[in-house]
Design a binder for this molecule. Structure first.
Ligand SMILES: Nc1ncnc2c1ncn2[C@@H]1O[C@H](COP(=O)(O)OP(=O)(O)OP(=O)(O)O)[C@@H](O)[C@H]1O
Ligand SMILES: [Mg+2]
Length: 536
């Protein structure tokens, strides 16, 4: 028998589709504040948002009547008729987010349409438990208290407060790039996690968000055809030195995940990526009627009417900007190194020279080879880290612990991941507010204080990928980062014994020809080629 679902059940289903965790509430509340034309948005959380999420804005506010309507299902001020759905310009249009939040938390709304008198309501178990007038500034403050208090299973499903806070941080970042003129502040347990004043352009906001290194890797891109415009910033292939800090895609300013667009971007770079990951922040604009924004419950995916057309447009746009002809670079490099399969060093005469404190020259049977000391050292460290060895073997204690002060958001992540890092020989202790003490480093690494600081930052930039990866994959990410920062540097003087050790270690690696990022470690020169050049 088919029965009509009870209103209560419908509400629960809807809530389950839109609100999964604190970060999904934050997303909905920020979108509402932005739709209300706010210029300043403050987000405060307690316990990673599990205890409290508070979002305050200075937008247009709501009257008493509007407050009551706002928490009803399907009530929205943003959509009048179905025709409008095709031309939607606001983030919200379904009128279900606040109703969904009200169904799974204690929700309090305070609002006013002008400085002075406002109104507040508090909703629990779908009933108004408190209401009244208040004095406040124009705008709205939403409190989401005890999320999932009435859904113990879902509450248990939430991650640690650190992890939930991290997810919230990610959500906020998406909106602060596209809404560059709005000021955003995020606080956790009364501590400021970040504070972004209004910027004058998207570029200026991005500069505030990224490290100088990542920012300087970017080039501006603009590309259009009659139905699509592509604008944004992408890494220049020759400037990708570390894993991507930011990869964002926006459709008509709505942050989205899009496998098609991501694939198109990567394919646009082609072989120039050599296994590395580029930064990109891309805004795709199209007339709203070409875009279905209603295919996903939380609107994080959208559908463009012709995906193949979109793919080609983006790939071509990136190729043209970067002047990339299909995949030449990669095949050339791999040809040099894969033909290089013979024993390397003649036993009796071991000869090494160091050139510009950067490259090692080694004589081999058929000629000579040049080894990039940093890339080689990276490869060796990476493979050592990936082996499962005992704790004593993998770690070297420091005589004096190194103290490093971190930004609060970085500190949070390191605190969360430090146990995993210990398994790789990196012993990190919490030393006070936002400061860590490094007690030991992985064996055979060369870390100065600055390198360690950079390593922790890199771990922070990669935390999203780390936390969604399997154990083995996480280990690989850590190993790559540690290898990169802890390897012999490009201006380090080496004596002959050190060079010999490095070369021997390199050739006992499983894959000696490439560093973990895919750059070559060795280039070989045939004596016959040289002979030919001299006309012999
Ligand atoms: N911060 C705010 N300032 C002013 N009005 C708000 C605010 N938050 C919500 N509202 C009002 O409450 C209504 C309901 O909000 P809700 O998020 O539930 O739905 P929506 O934004 O219209 O659609 P969606 O469910 O797609 O987000 C909005 O249409 C808006 O009129
Ligand atoms: Mg909304």
């Amino acid at each position: 028998m088919i029965e009509k679902l009870k209103e209560e059940v419908i509400r629960q289903i809807a809530c389950g589709e839109v609100i999964f965790r604190p970060a999904s509430c934050v997303k909905e509340l920020i979108e509402n504040s932005l739709d209300a034309q706010s210029k300043k948005i403050v987000i405060e959380v307690k316990d990673g948002g599990k205890k409290l999420i508070k979002v305050s804005d200075d937008g247009i506010g709501m009257t008493r009547e509007e407050l009551f309507l706002a928490i009803e299902r399907y009530s929205t001020s943003k959509l009048k008729a179905i025709e409008d759905l095709k031309r939607i310009k606001t983030y919200g249009f379904r009128g279900e987010a606040l109703a969904a939040i009200a169904a799974c938390s204690i929700l309090r709304l305070e609002s006013s349409v002008s400085d002075g008198e406002g109104y507040y309501i508090e909703v629990k178990d779908n009933k108004i438990v408190e209401e009244g007038t208040i004095v406040r500034k124009k705008g709205t403050t939403v409190y989401v208290k005890e999320l999932f208090y009435n859904y113990p299973v879902r509450r248990n499903f939430l991650k640690s407060s650190y992890q939930e806070l991290r997810l919230i941080t990610e959500v906020v970042k998406n909106y602060l790039v596209s809404n560059y003129s709005v000021s955003f502040q995020l606080k956790s347990e009364n501590k400021i996690i970040f504070n972004y004043p209004p910027a004058n352009s998207i570029k200026e906001r991005i500069e505030m968000l990224l490290t100088p290194e990542a920012f300087s890797s970017l080039t501006e891109i603009f590309f259009e055809n009659p139905n699509l415009t592509l604008y944004g910033f992408i890494s220049l292939p020759e400037k990708i030195f570390s894993p991507a800090e930011v990869q964002m895609i926006f459709f008509n300013f709505r942050p989205v995940k899009s496998t098609v667009v991501k694939k198109a971007i990567y394919d646009g770079y082609g072989g120039t990526l050599l296994g590395r990951t580029p930064n990109f922040i891309l805004f795709i604009e199209t007339p709203p009627e070409f875009l279905d924004v209603n295919i996903h419950p939380t609107k994080e995916e959208v559908k463009f009417i012709d995906e193949k057309f979109l793919y080609d447009f983006i790939t071509q746009g990136i190729r043209e900007k970067l002047k990339i002809e299909k995949d030449v670079e990669f095949s050339e490099i791999s040809e040099i190194v894969t033909t290089f399969q013979e024993p390397l060093i003649e036993e009796e005469k071991k000869l090494f020279w160091q050139l510009h404190n950067k490259y090692i020259f080694a004589q081999i049977k058929s000629g000579f080879c040049i080894i990039d000391q940093h890339a080689a050292s990276e490869r060796i460290l990476f493979e050592n880290l990936m082996k499962n060895e005992s704790q004593e073997k993998i770690s070297q204690p420091l005589l004096f612990p190194i103290l490093i002060e971190l930004k609060p958001e970085v500190f949070l992540i390191i605190q969360e991941l430090k146990e995993e890092l210990e398994n790789l020989g990196l012993d990190i202790q919490i030393f006070g507010e936002n400061t860590v003490a490094i007690k030991s480093i992985p064996a055979d690494t060369f870390f100065a204080k600055e390198d360690l600081k950079e390593l922790l930052l890199e771990i922070y930039y990669n935390h999203r990928e780390i936390t969604k990866s399997t154990y083995e994959k996480r280990k690989e990410i850590y190993a790559k980062l540690i290898a990169c920062k802890g390897a012999i540097k490009a201006n380090q003087k080496l004596n002959e014994r050190e060079m010999e050790k490095l070369v021997n270690q390199l050739f006992s690696c499983a894959d000696p020809y490439f560093c973990p990022h895919g750059r070559p470690t060795i280039i070989k020169f045939e004596i016959s080629e040289i002979d030919k050049k001299f006309g012999r």
